[in-house]
Design a protein around this ligand. Structure first.
Ligand code: ASP
Ligand code: MG
Length: 466
C-alpha cells in the first residue's frame, strides 16, 4: 500500500511525541510505501506557528528585533528534541540548517519593521518556517533510527495560486510535480518528510494554505500520489459518538462515510474540515483518523461506503444566536428570503441553520453569536422600507443558544428517527426552539437554550444507544 500520513503539531510537539512517530513510521514502512506530512512543533509552552506570527506582528509594530529575540527559543525547542533523538552527527548537521532558516526571517522582520508594512506574502514566508524546521528534525530522527528519509519543502511540490494566507492548490501541476519528485524516492524505499501548511506559486514564492493547513497538505499529496489510504494522526482515538466531556460513555466510531464526516465536522466535531479533505474524497481514497499516543487503537476509517446504523453521533455547537425576521407581509412575497440572507452575508456572518415554516410568517436563522449584532444591523438597514410598510414587523434575537445535530446517513428513509429524538427531549423537559432537517436526511439539527445543551446531547446519545 501507499500511505500518506500527517502528524499534527501536538503529535510532533516534543521529543517523546516524535519518538512515538518514529516507532509508528518504522512499523508501517516495513510493509508500505510511506510519505509523512508534518506540522510545526506545538509544545505546551511554545507553539511555533503562533509564536512566529506574533513576532511578525511585533516587527511591523516597530519591534524590529522581535524575531531575532524569539529565534533562540525556537532553535532550542527543536535542538532539545534533537539532542534526545538524533545521532551526534545528525545533531551537528541540523543546527546550522535551523540557524539559516531563522536568520533569514530575522532579516526579513527587520525590513518589515523599517517599512512598517507586513504583507500577506511576507507573513506566509515567516509563518511557514516552523514546518521547515520540523520536517528537517523528523527526517533526521528517522535516519537516526536507521531508516532512509529526506526532508522535503512542499514549496517544491504543491503549486498554488497567489492567495497568500489562504492559497488554493493547482492540482494538475501539483500532481505532476509531486509524482516527479516523490515517486522515485518511494521506489527506493526512502521516506519523504514533507512540510505541511506551505506551498509555492508558479514562480516559486512561498504561500500558506490557511491556519491548520497541514491536513489540507496531506490530502493534496494523497490525491496527487494516488495513495491507497490517507492517515491523519491526531491526539484522539478517532471520531467519537459525542464529546466525551459531555457524554462519559461516548466511544469511537469504527467507520463513517464521507457524508457523515462532513456533517460532523460542520457541527463542531473538530476532526477534519470538508474542504481540507476534498482532494481525497473526490478520488474516493479512504481516510483514517488515528491517535499518535495510542497507536494500537484502530481509530475511525472514513470512506465512500455506506456504514450500517441510523443516528450515529450527536454534536453541539454553542455560542450561537437565533435571529428571527417576521411579519405579515412576508407571506407569498418572493425575494424576501433572498434579501435576508444577502444582508446576513454582507455582515460577514456565517449562517449555520435556516428554518422557515410554510406559513411564511417568519424566517429564522442561526449564526455565531459574535456575528449577530452586525447581522441584525445589516438586516435593519436592508428591511427599512419593509418595516415602514409593516410588511416586516420584528427582528428578534435569542442568544446564546446551542445547536444540537444528530448525524447519520442511515436516518434517510427510516421512519421514527425524528420522533425518537424529540421524544427523548420531551421526556427530559427540554424545549426545542427551532428545528431543521434537509431533504438529504443525514442530519437533524435543533436549537435549544444554552442550559439545556448538555442534557439534550446526553439524552439523544442514550435513546439511540450510541
Ligand atoms: N502550523 C500551522 C498552524 O498552526 C499548520 C498546521 O498545524 O496545520 O496553523
Ligand atoms: Mg495544527
Amino acid at each position: 500500500m501507499r500511505l500518506i500520513m500527517k502528524f499534527g503539531g501536538t503529535s510532533v510537539g516534543s521529543a517523546d511525541a516524535i519518538r512515538q512517530v518514529v516507532e509508528i513510521v518504522r512499523n508501517e514502512a516495513q510493509q508500505h510505501q510511506v510519505v509523512l506530512v508534518v506540522s510545526a512543533m506545538n509544545a505546551p509552552d511554545l507553539r511555533t506557528t503562533d509564536t512566529l506570527i506574533k513576532a511578525a506582528h511585533a516587527a511591523v509594530a516597530g519591534e524590529g528585533h522581535a524575531m531575532a529575540e524569539i529565534a533562540p527559543q525556537l532553535i532550542k525547542l527543536h535542538m532539545r528534541a534533537a539532542a534526545s533523538l538524533l545521532t551526534p552527527a545528525e545533531c551537528n548537521a541540523l543546527e546550522p540548517e535551523l540557524r539559516i532558516l531563522f536568520d533569514y526571517i530575522s532579516e526579513l522582520s527587520r525590513s518589515i519593521s523599517i517599512l512598517g508594512e507586513l504583507t500577506p506574502r511576507a507573513l506566509d514566508l515567516i509563518s511557514g518556517q516552523g514546518e521547515r524546521c520540523n520536517a528537517r528534525l523528523i527526517a533526521a530522527a528517522l535516519r537516526s533510527a536507521g531508516m532512509d528519509s529526506v526532508a522535503m519543502d512542499a514549496t517544491e511540490l504543491i503549486i498554488t495560486d497567489e492567495r497568500f494566507g489562504e492559497a488554493n492548490p493547482l492540482m494538475d501541476e501539483t500532481q505532476a510535480r509531486t509524482r516527479q519528485r516523490l515517486q522515485p524516492l518511494l521506489e527506493h524505499h526512502i521516506i519523504p518528510v514533507v512540510t505541511g501548511f506551505i506551498g509555492a506559486t508558479r514562480s516559486g514564492v512561498t504561500t500558506t494554505l490557511g491556519r491548520g493547513g497541514s491536513d489540507y497538505s496531506c490530502a493534496i499529496l494523497g490525491a496527487s500520489l494516488d495513495a491507497d489510504e490517507v492517515w491523519f494522526w491526531k491526539e484522539v482515538d478517532g471520531v467519537m459518538t459525542a464529546n466525551p466531556k459531555i457524554v462519559p460513555d461516548a466511544h469511537t466510531l469504527p467507520a463513517l462515510s464521507y457524508i457523515e464526516m462532513a456533517e460532523l465536522s460542520y457541527y463542531g466535531a473538530n476532526i477534519l474540515h470538508p474542504k481540507t479533505v476534498r482532494p481525497v474524497v473526490q478520488r474516493q481514497i479512504p481516510i483514517r483518523i488515528l491517535n499518535t499516543f495510542n497507536p494500537e487503537h484502530s481509530g475511525t476509517r472514513i470512506s465512500a461506503d455506506a456504514v450500517p446504523g441510523t443516528a450515529k453521533a450527536v454534536t453541539a455547537i454553542g455560542d450561537v444566536s437565533i435571529i428571527t425576521v417576521g411579519g405579515p407581509g412576508m407571506l407569498g412575497t418572493p425575494g424576501v428570503a433572498a434579501r435576508i440572507f444577502a444582508a446576513v452575508a454582507r455582515a460577514g456572518a456565517n449562517t449555520l441553520l435556516i428554518s422557515q415554516s410554510s406559513s411564511e410568517q417568519s424566517v429564522c436563522l442561526a449564526a455565531p453569536r459574535c456575528d449577530s449584532a452586525a447581522a441584525v444591523a445589516e438586516l435593519r438597514h436592508e428591511l427599512t422600507s419593509d418595516f415602514s410598510h409593516q410588511d416586516v414587523e420584528h427582528i428578534e434575537v435569542l442568544e446564546p443558544v446551542v445547536i444540537v445535530a444528530v448525524v447519520g446517513s442511515g436516518m434517510r428513509g427510516t421512519p421514527g428517527i425524528a420522533g425518537k429524538v424529540f421524544g427523548a427531549l420531551g421526556a427530559e423537559g427540554i424545549n426545542v426552539i427551532a428545528i431543521a432537517q434537509g431533504s438529504t436526511e443525514n442530519n437533524i439539527s435543533l436549537v435549544v437554550a444554552v442550559n439545556d445543551g448538555d442534557r439534550a446531547v446526553q439524552s439523544i446519545h442514550r435513546v439511540f444507544g450510541m
